[in-house]
Design a protein around this ligand. Structure first.
Ligand code: PXG
Length: 469
């Protein structure tokens, strides 16, 4: 393609041909995609997107857990335009700063509630969740070095957690497929089992007992490693990319007891859960624990422009600041003025439209009630929601909890029916998950639930007609 062709409209076929000739997509089987051609999304409005063939799709995944204020928000485009005209870029190295980065840091600090002796007055910026978790790893180790405990290197995480795709992010994450490619995890990262009752609960065990037992795996791991070698525990408030796995109510209080007992840092990876998704600005409020560091990204700008970062609690910030010495870490785009200006405008919309309150209140309640109705579908083993995020497991027999063989690809079958019928829902193995924009209306929730039911019915028909159920 010539440079002069950049603004020329292309047909779907032309775009697909250029796409497969030049664009290597993330988390994609390149050969498989080349044989089919990518779906091309061309515009969005509210909770809907349209593809290049004019097909309208209800985007129940908010792009990819991002577009919390919905598509087509002029205020965000305007904020980016104004900032680009004034100062499109300047770095934050060499003792310089810029107005949007300063204002956003103060705004974020004001939104993060104090819990016990923890307050959040500082932000370290990046451009993504993955980079932010790299920053966490660096910051946690620097903290212990400064306190004269350099042997505290190990970070404990969980199986089937997602913390990003850089070397540190993928190592911290607990995705076996990612570890298998690239000799991961890197040293000094250890994993414990996830608090997934459906998979790890014992016969006859109550979910409350399971929650305490699952948290106990952290204590066992700390003792096995040696408490004086453990730097931090990192976890998502609820596992998002792992299939929307909501921990039992008893899990987080027990985790808090354990990290307090051994004095290890707690990192709350809120890339998916922050900014109203669970009905609070930050998800630790919902579950009532006290993190030392909080990872954020995605919805901070509603995905309109890349931005991420770490909220650094006073326990860590006080040491980093008071002990002095250069923190040898940072990114060209740390505190990018345009990204920060868009984030400020986005948070203003969220505040004005009271999105966290909306999800904590009537809209969240309605969503939970409607989503729970899916439990009566013959394919559904467990439909669970928390705030405006939800997951369900597709089972061969929901009475006996018999699962489909993995080669059936039940999630992929269901996802295809979703797309064909105008709904974007994500499949994670046998789990189907959604996280719609926080602006979704009651009528749109009804429409979404109707579309989910259609997709489930068509999946059931297909499985029965093929003798797979
Ligand atoms: N932490 C968490 C909890 C995440 O969900 C990241 C870190 C990494 O963020 P970046 O911005 O580097 O991608 C994420 C990202 C999925 C999916 O398929 C989820 C994410 C990314 C890509 C796909 O659900 N979450």
């Amino acid at each position: 393609m010539n440079a002069s062709d950049a603004t020329k409209p292309l047909t779907t076929q032309e775009m697909q041909a250029l796409d497969s000739a030049h664009f290597l997509h993330p988390f994609t089987d390149f050969k498989d995609l080349a044989s089919q051609g990518a779906r091309i999304i061309v515009r969005g409005e509210g909770i809907y997107v349209w593809d290049s063939e004019g097909k309208k799709l209800l985007d129940a995944m908010s792009g990819l857990w991002c577009v919390s204020v919905g598509y087509g928000r002029e205020e965000l485009a305007e904020a980016a335009y104004q900032q680009m005209m004034k100062l499109p870029f300047y770095n934050s190295f060499f003792q310089t700063t810029n107005e949007p980065a300063v204002k956003l840091a103060a705004k974020l600090a004001s939104l993060a509630p104090r819990v016990g002796d923890r307050s959040f007055n500082h932000v370290f910026y990046s451009s993504s969740g993955s980079e932010s978790n790299d920053s966490n790893l660096r910051m946690v180790r620097r903290y212990w070095d400064l306190l004269g405990q350099p042997q505290r290197k190990v970070i404990i995480s969980r199986v089937n957690s997602y913390h990003g795709s850089t070397v540190a992010g993928a190592s911290l994450g607990g995705m076996s497929g990612m570890h298998a490619q690239g000799d991961l995890p890197i040293p000094n990262i250890e994993h414990i089992e996830q608090p997934y009752f459906f998979e790890n609960g014992l016969p006859g065990e109550s979910i409350e007992t399971f929650g305490v037992r699952a948290a106990g795996w952290l204590e066992q791991k700390i003792l096995a490693i040696g408490p004086d070698r453990v730097a931090a525990f990192i976890a998502e408030p609820l596992q998002g990319a792992g299939g929307v796995i909501v921990p039992p109510d008893t899990y987080w209080p027990e985790i808090q007891r354990i990290v307090d007992k051994y004095d290890i840092l707690l990192i709350s990876d809120e890339v998916i859960c922050a900014f109203g998704r669970l009905g609070h600005w930050f998800a630790y409020e919902k579950f009532g624990y006290k993190p030392d560091l909080i990872t954020f990204a995605k919805a901070v700008t509603s995905g309109y422009i890349p931005l991420g970062g770490v909220m650094v609690g006073n326990r860590v910030a006080d040491v980093l600041i008071e002990k002095g010495g250069e923190f040898e870490h940072g990114y060209t785009y740390s505190g990018h003025p345009v990204a920060c200006a868009v984030a400020l405008a986005n948070l203003e919309i969220m505040e004005r439209e009271q999105l966290p309150q909306r999800i904590r209140g009537e809209v969240g309640d309605y969503f939970a009630r409607r989503y729970a109705e899916l439990n009566d579908h013959p394919l559904v083993g467990e439909a669970q929601s928390c705030g405006l995020v939800a997951g369900l497991v597709l089972l061969k027999n929901s009475e006996t909890k018999e699962r489909f063989a993995s080669d059936v690809g039940v999630g992929m079958i269901c996802r295809r029916h979703c797309f064909e019928n105008g709904l974007i829902m994500r499949a994670v193995g046998e789990r189907m998950i959604i996280a719609p924009p926080l602006t979704v209306s009651i009528n749109e929730i009804d429409e979404m639930m109707g579309l989910i039911r259609v997709a489930l019915d068509l999946t059931l028909d297909e499985l029965e007609s093929k003798g797979l159920r």
